[in-house]
Write a protein that binds this ligand. Structure first.
Ligand SMILES: C[S@@+](CC[C@H](N)C(=O)[O-])C[C@H]1O[C@@H](n2cnc3c(N)ncnc32)[C@H](O)[C@@H]1O
Length: 235
């Protein structure tokens, strides 16, 4: 899957992956403990609110970003297709400020959204400094196997150690993709060295015989701290 493949799909409107509805995993399972709170006892509403920045890799024009923003999160996304990014802001009735960030990377910013337009692999740690959580729906499954390794490594490199992740992967029996079928064993292999991975739910198979599987991922060594903070904050 090269970049031309995705640009073409967006230009031709072949975006069957795009969902009008918010993914059910979000209302059911989205409750990461913002990173800096792990090292702090300040769990007041103001403290929690000030530290909510979520990274949405390979974001398309997903309405899940709107749901996250409605919950008080600042959203940082990255998407190859400028068409997708522009359509997202049009749908929100927002006029973003466009900035050329690097040779092949620009950003569009308005309201609670900062969407980078370019290749995810052109992002660096400096773009992720304030990120406290990650929401990945259908990014991993958009990439062929070799790139999935690069993706997992790149994410782990960019993100600060205490970031929590909610991952929605897909499983199916077809030999080809995208979407590729990425199962629990591969997720463990890709992320298990760095993350404690908890399977949360398997959704019902859809009409294409594809099953969504939801995981929570917390950096190793931080899980018990996170669970304790989550409990005491009533999250
Ligand atoms: C399967 S779609 C998922 C989109 C979105 N997460 C959603 O839930 O609707 C994958 C998206 O990743 C984008 N994409 C593919 N490779 C990328 C890359 N290397 N960097 C940034 N975006 C990429 C595609 O243009 C496409 O919009």
């Amino acid at each position: 899957m090269d970049k031309a493949f995705w640009h073409q799909r967006w230009e031709e409107g072949r975006i069957g992956f795009h969902q009008d509805d918010v993914h059910p995993a979000l209302p059911a399972y989205w409750n990461p403990v913002p990173e800096k709170l792990l090292a702090s006892d300040d769990l007041s509403e103001a403290a929690v609110k000030g530290r909510r920045i979520v990274f949405v890799p390979l974001c398309g024009k997903s309405n899940d970003m709107v749901w996250l923003a409605d919950q008080g999160w600042q959203v940082i996304g990255v998407e190859l297709s400028e068409r997708a990014v522009k359509d997202f802001f049009i749908a929100q009735g927002l006029s973003p400020v466009h900035t050329q960030v690097a040779d092949q990377l620009s950003s569009y910013q308005a309201g609670p959204y900062l969407l980078y337009c370019g290749d995810m692999f052109h992002l660096h740690r400096q773009h992720m400094m304030a990120v406290t959580a990650v929401y990945d729906r259908a990014s991993l499954v958009a990439l062929p196997e070799a790139k999935r390794h690069r993706y997992a490594f790149h994410l782990a490199q960019m993100l600060s150690p205490a970031v929590e992740m909610l991952l929605v992967s897909l499983e199916h029996d077809k030999p080809a993709g995208p979407p590729f079928s990425v199962e629990a064993a591969e997720i463990e292999w890709l992320f298990g060295a760095n993350f404690e991975i908890t399977p949360l739910a398997r959704l019902e198979e859809d009409e294409r015989q594809v099953t969504d599987v939801v995981y929570r991922m917390v950096r190793k060594g931080l899980k018990s701290v996170s669970d304790r903070k989550r409990k005491s904050a009533g999250l």
